[in-house]
Design a protein around this ligand. Structure first.
Ligand SMILES: [Fe+2]
Length: 298
């Protein structure tokens, strides 16, 4: 029956239109999407005006998105969908580092930097921070030549890509490192602070309409890849941050909260340099899961 469809019979007919989908996974996804959208509309008794507002919201999110502004990732993140997908995709043994959301501010092609000694703040004002980190496998053996993508917000709460004048080769607060033969890398930057997600678009309207706060606890993003290992996308949050329990994008894992102790001015830093200003340090260890182990767990 394909005429006189009502709010109930239309769902079975919509399934029929999907039956020739050659890709079985796409067929499954399209059928489930149709089923749940129809159920949502019936449950809410969605009105035409409400659905038009929904379409206008999605249209505005699309228009807001550019190469450096990803409103749809932000929407997925703030609805908890991104973290849900991450959580169900990586049921990992306790000894390996936990994954969390990629977020909307990662860019490919950030500057390649030496394993040690780089300063990525590049003029961003804040409290100096020396990060010393190590990448190991689940047996604690160093992973040399892992590719480590690092990015974080400045003390003003903005990522470099949010500056309209941003250029990739003039990136700040981001970079790509390769671990040394001991699996180590280190860099100077500034201590990140908590920040609001961008609220000048439709996602911001949603945040205000639902009386939520827009803040993410302070963190540094990491994406670590090496052949033979499951890619690790994670953060190291700053302990003590007031938003750790209510991250706007649901991304905090307690195992990803790092210590960032403060050191007084005039003290020697772990890299041997004498620091005229007070500074912070962070030591982190990232444990990668071997690819075959990651596949076997699925
Ligand atoms: Fe972030």
């Amino acid at each position: 029956m394909a005429t006189d469809l009502d709010e109930n019979t239309i769902t079975a007919e919509a399934f029929c239109r999907l039956e020739n989908t050659p890709d079985p996974r796409l067929h499954e996804i399209m059928k489930a999407l149709t089923k749940h959208l129809h159920e949502l509309a019936r449950e809410l008794k969605l009105t035409e005006d409400e659905w038009m507002k929904g379409i206008q919201f999605l249209t505005a999110a699309g228009h807001m998105s550019t190469g450096s502004r990803q409103e749809l990732i932000l929407l997925s993140d703030t609805l908890g969908l991104s973290q849900l997908v991450v959580a169900q995709s990586h049921s990992r043994p306790k000894e390996v580092s936990e994954q969390t959301v990629l977020g909307p501010f990662h860019v490919e092609g950030a500057p390649q930097l030496p394993s040690h000694g780089a300063e990525i703040a590049r003029g961003s004002v804040g409290d100096p921070l020396l990060v010393s980190a190590r990448v190991v496998d689940a047996d604690g053996k160093p992973v040399a030549d892992a590719v480590v993508d690092v990015w974080h917000a400045g003390a003003d709460g903005f990522y470099d890509v949010q500056d309209p004048a941003w250029k990739l080769d003039e990136s700040r607060l981001r970079g790509v490192f390769h671990t040394d033969e001991d699996g180590r890398f280190s860099y100077w930057t500034i201590l990140p602070l908590y920040y609001p997600i961008p609220t000048d678009g439709p996602v911001g309207e949603m945040i205000r309409a639902t009386k939520r706060h827009p803040y993410r606890p302070a963190h540094i993003h990491y994406r670590i890849t090496h052949a033979g290992f499951d890619p690790l996308v994670t953060h190291i949050f700053v302990d003590g941050d007031e938003y750790l329990d209510s991250d706007c994008v649901f991304g905090v894992r307690s195992s990803c909260i790092g210590h960032y102790p403060k050191h007084e001015a005039g003290t020697a830093a772990p890299d041997g340099s004498k620091q005229p200003k007070a500074f912070y340090t962070n030591d982190s260890t990232f444990v990668l899961e071997r690819e075959h182990a990651a596949n076997a767990a699925e």
